[in-house]
Design a protein around this ligand. Structure first.
Ligand SMILES: *[C@@H]1O[C@H](CO)[C@@H](O)[C@H](O)[C@H]1NC(C)=O
Ligand SMILES: *[C@@H]1O[C@H](CO)[C@@H](O)[C@H](O)[C@H]1NC(C)=O
Ligand SMILES: *[C@@H]1O[C@H](CO)[C@@H](O)[C@H](O)[C@H]1NC(C)=O
Length: 977
């Protein structure tokens, strides 16, 4: 909050914070653990120095349970230094062998499938009633005196089905100290002297069923990174793909450790089912449902078409050929766990010229009848999905008769904005709804496939919307190469597993802190969480690939926008490097891969573009430091390559080739063939005699001596904290000079008013003088005044003492959306902390119905102006949310001073298959920016009222311009709230 800058006057330049967040404390299932790592006198010991458990599995159980028992045995080994052993034994053998072992016993099994579990249930030694017959649930507890002759307890992990049991085992593994990311992100297992579990009937841990039935990832856009890495790491298949079973075992294990169950395989140059004949059966053994991407129906890869399809990929002209091809996909996969992608698009992930709604109805009906025959099951038992991607919703919108058993897999706009929530009769389909969501993309307006650019709060906002609007059957995230997107992937899977842990909008930060602690240690948890929250905010301002647009999006002149934005990056890097330096060396690789690398690499790319833009301004001012900036840019460009090399070198090249993606110098949607430097501007001419000194003022595009009179933005007591007023004195050529700045009035203070600057080694060629006013001594100056002193806004007509709200500074009232004065309950509006580009976002609760114009929950923003504005305007900054409910598009109403309300629909309704007008700019800037004219606005007290009418939209910021607003990306008149 801005404290009063008006000394001795009782007025507070503060927007009061009355909105409240929902009261529920963040609570994860993760946060309750029944394990401990030192004896407490009552627990059952599961391991100690040279003591590891014997893990018992029933021979009738799923092979995937025996497999995971072996992982659990090895996980105990990672923690304790001594491996557990797996014994596959039926009940009587288990009892008799228990007489022989003095080791702790763990029983892992599936209720109804494991005699070990079922006998313990029958003798009431364990209680599985909370999970029995449920989808993917598990429980674990100690069974006391489980059978005659066994007086102490055994630890029992019981699942409701194959995956329930697998998740139970992996949940225990994570809690004893093995991160799901131990392999993919080199997170070191926690070393422990001993492991204990609470030993009482109440100490039981139960999870599941999951919030979302099918949850998983799509490996996509997998070249150059993942593919080149794979070639070096795995044996290529006979078709040349590195994505063989040894690779997929690592993927399946990760997905299961994240409590997911669904994978779309890499497909740019791969054929999952053919690259390794073990791929299909291995997925089934592990318990993974395989799918194929949105345009690869019937479990057949796109790349199979070139080899096996007779004729063209066109239903209209080659129905028989296409049917034979699809039929083979169904037959081949009939014994494997598969979610069948249905429907069809044109060849090679493009719209088709010949498909119609009618032909798609025919295709899906044929696909379904083919599946029921090939699998010998009713449709209701075959998971199927039809992906509403790109143009496909256009067919659907025309009205189609598609069996209820198909899950409609809605999509985002490839930039993280859900295009559609289910409406009307779409909400009660047997097959339900799903969402195909992107953390990586190749396509217009720009690819983003280099490193992480995901703001977790945005994922939270969109995915809670999806869930709350009934999208609960499938969540599938495009995770690119997977590497670099570990964090968004982990977050997405956690949300899909247990939506109820994420009720509170603040849960994102708390989850992140918890997650950071689990990967990098408790000591680094809070700092890492704060780092990645800031990282998400900085990347939300603009993705790296979009930075090459000209002019540079961050304004190099106004509000010091480019400079301050870059400073946030350098501050973040300093903080991140300090955390890295303080970590145990065993944890540094993981931290580098997930946290330090993106911060370092991101800062470096921002440095390049920021210093190019500032360098151009400096060169224009004839500042010789422009030349230093050019050198800095060249160094940053070299550093960028060195950072990639560093990534490649860790652990002897373990991740070689990942991050090979080009990312500097995009000039169209597709990546450049190599990184290239933007054009640099330097000072090459000597300065004229006696013009060694240059001076420029903040916000000015010209400089002395070219301009004799410089103007500074007015000083105001109402400027936000952090916003400075400055003059830069600099060298226009090599040399040395001393200067002195004096003020003709005593109420102005100038820092660094007297200094020597020099181009000699060790000297500084630029100096910044900060200018502040003593408002108690400053004269009243209702409007900016010309010389003799710097322009002042020290108004006479002050807000009344009881005024609480926003106050004009420099002709602008800038309001963060959460700073409503209205005391509202969370039933009315939800604040999403750290959402978007500046502070936060505000939306209606997801369950809200559409509101009528200027009715329902209102946001109230009192503000006070000094300027007599002839034509004021009001700019709304909204998230780039789509009109996800086509019959009720996003709208808001607003009124000024209780006048007639105006209602605005910020995004036009496009055709169902197309993105709306203005979409590209909105996703690049991560905001819809909508300006309304207000006409005359007299000085004094005002009130802005805003109603959001749809829960699918988020308001982040409001700016009232009474004549002083300057161009900038983020519309700030106030820099840091
Ligand atoms: C423990 O198990 C792992 C994984 O199976 C294996 O690589 C390792 O050699 C085993 N350690 C010992 C001491 O047997
Ligand atoms: C759902 O509603 C649409 C539009 O009213 C209609 O065309 C379609 O037949 C309905 N579908 C079902 C399964 O009732
Ligand atoms: C300033 O001196 C440096 C180093 O001698 C030289 O490279 C540069 O060209 C000079 N700058 C100008 C504007 O003359």
């Amino acid at each position: 909050m801005a404290p009063s800058r008006l000394l001795g006057i009782a007025i507070t330049a503060v927007a009061t914070l009355f909105l409240s967040s929902p009261g529920d404390a963040y609570k994860t299932q993760q946060s309750t653990s029944i394990f401990s790592f030192s004896p407490d006198g009552t627990g059952l010991q599961l391991g100690g120095p040279s003591l590891a458990p014997e893990i018992r599995v029933s021979p009738e159980d799923f092979p995937g349970v025996i497999r995971v028992a072996n992982d659990l045995a090895a996980d105990f080994g990672k923690v304790l230094g001594v491996n557990g052993t797996v014994v596959v034994a039926d009940w009587s053998a288990a009892i008799s062998s228990s007489q022989k072992t003095t080791r702790p016993i763990i029983i892992v099994g599936t209720a109804g499938k494991s005699t070990l579990i079922d006998n313990l249930v029958a003798t009431k030694k364990v209680d599985v009633s909370a999970v029995a017959n449920k989808w993917e649930a598990f429980t674990y507890q100690v069974a006391q005196a489980p059978w005659a002759g066994k007086e102490d307890g055994v630890f029992v992990i019981a699942g409701s089905d194959l995956r329930g049991t697998v998740f139970g085992a992996y949940d225990v593994a994570e809690r004893i100290g093995v991160s799901p990311w131990y392999w993919w992100a080199d997170v070191p297992p926690t070393k422990r002297q001993a492991i204990w579990v609470q030993n009482s009937p109440e100490a039981r841990h139960t999870e599941g069923p999951p919030s979302v039935k099918y949850r998983g990832i799509f490996l996509n856009d997998e070249s150059p990174g993942l593919t080149s890495w794979g070639h070096a790491k795995f044996k290529d298949s006979k078709y040349g793909s590195p994505f063989i079973t040894d690779f997929y075992k690592r993927i399946f294990e990760l997905v299961l450790r994240l409590k997911g169950n669904y994978v779309w395989p890499a497909m740019w140059s791969s054929m999952f089912y053919l690259d390794d004949e073990n791929n299909g059966p291995t997925a089934t053994l592990y318990g993974i449902f395989m799918g194929t991407s949105h345009h690869e129906p019937m479990a057949r890869a796109d790349k199979e078409q070139g080899r096996f399809l007779k004729g063209s990929w066109d239903w209209k002209s080659n129905k028989a050929g296409v049917q034979t091809f699809m039929q083979e996909g169904a037959t081949r996969s009939r014994n494997w766990s598969t979610i069948y992608t249905l429907g069809m698009r044109g060849s090679g992930d493009a719209a088709s010229a010949t498909l119609t709604s009618a032909s798609l109805v025919e295709i899906i009906k044929w696909q379904q009848s083919t599946l029921t025959k090939a699998l010998g099951k009713p449709l209701s038992e075959i998971p199927q999905t039809w992906v509403m991607y790109k143009e496909v919703p256009g067919y659907w919108q025309k009205g189609m008769d598609v069996s209820d058993d198909v899950t409609l897999l809605w999509s985002d706009d490839n930039r993280g904005n859900i295009r559609r929530v289910p409406v009307a009769n779409e909400t009660n389909r047997r097959g339900g709804s799903g969402i195909y969501y992107h953390f990586d993309y190749v396509g217009s307006p720009r690819n983003y496939k280099w490193i992480n650019t995901i703001q977790l709060q945005k994922t939270w906002e969109q995915m809670t919307l999806a869930y709350d609007r009934g999208i609960r059957n499938i969540w599938l995230a495009n995770v690119g190469d997977l590497k670099a997107l570990e964090l968004p992937t982990a977050h997405f899977m956690a949300l899909a597993w247990d939506r109820s842990s994420f009720d509170d909008p603040g849960s994102t930060t708390e989850w992140l802190t918890d997650w950071s602690g689990r990967q990098f240690g408790e000591a680094a948890a809070a700092a890492t969480s704060s780092i990645m929250t800031t990282y998400g905010k900085l990347t939300a301002r603009m993705k790296y690939e979009d930075l090459s647009n000209t002019p540079f999006a961050f304004n190099a002149v106004n509000y010091d926008e480019a400079e301050l934005n870059y400073k946030e990056w350098t501050d973040l890097l300093t903080k991140t490097q300090a955390v890295y330096d303080g970590l145990p060396s065993a944890t540094q690789n993981a931290f580098f891969e997930v946290v330090l690398h993106p911060v370092l690499a991101g800062k470096t790319v921002y440095e390049i573009y920021t210093k190019v833009a500032l360098g151009a301004k400096y060169a224009n001012e004839h500042r010789i430091s422009a030349n230093q900036f050019a050198k800095d840019v060249q160094s940053a460009f070299a550093a960028d390559s060195a950072i990639t090399k560093r990534f490649h070198s860790i652990l002897d090249g373990r991740w070689n080739h990942l991050m090979d993606q080009t990312h500097i110098g995009y000039n169209n949607w597709q990546e450049p063939s190599s990184n290239s430097l933007p054009r640099l501007t330097t000072v090459t001419t000597a300065a004229a005699k006696d013009t060694l000194m240059g001076v420029t003022a903040q916000g000015s595009t010209s400089a002395f001596p070219a301009t004799a009179k410089l103007s500074l933005p007015a000083l105001s007591p109402f400027t936000a904290p952090g916003e400075q007023r400055w003059l830069d004195v600099y060298l226009r050529d090599n040399g040395t000079l001393s200067y002195k700045i004096t003020s003709s009035v005593s109420f102005i203070t100038i820092t660094d008013a007297q200094k020597t600057i020099s181009s000699t080694a060790g000297g500084t060629t630029d100096s910044r003088a900060l200018i502040t006013a003593d408002w108690a001594a400053a004269p009243r100056a209702p409007h900016p005044q010309p010389s003799p002193h710097p322009p002042l806004e020290n108004p006479t007509a002050l807000p009344p003492a009881d005024f609480k709200g926003h106050i004009e500074a420099s002709g602008v009232v800038s309001i963060e959306a959460e700073h409503s004065s209205q005391s509202l309950s969370s039933k009315d509006y939800t604040i999403i902390p750290t959402y978007g580009r500046t502070l936060s976002g505000v939306r209606l609760p997801t369950a809200s119905a559409s509101q009528s114009p200027a009715k329902g929950p209102v946001l109230v923003y009192p503000f006070f102006t000094f300027t007599n504005a002839a034509s004021a305007s009001l700019t709304f900054y909204l998230s780039p949310s789509e009109n996800a409910n086509p019959s009720s598009p996003n709208r808001y109403s607003f009124s000024i001073d209780n006048g007639t309300a105006t209602t605005v629909q910020p995004v036009p309704l496009g055709n169902a298959g197309d993105e709306p007008a203005g979409w590209s700019q909105a996703v690049i800037e991560n905001a819809y920016v909508k300006k309304a004219t207000l006409g005359k606005l007299a000085p004094g007290r005002h009130e802005l009222r805003v109603w959001l009418l749809e829960p699918t939209m988020v308001l982040t910021k409001l700016v009232v311009d009474v004549g002083g607003l300057k161009t900038s990306l983020m519309g700030r008149g106030r820099v840091f709230w």
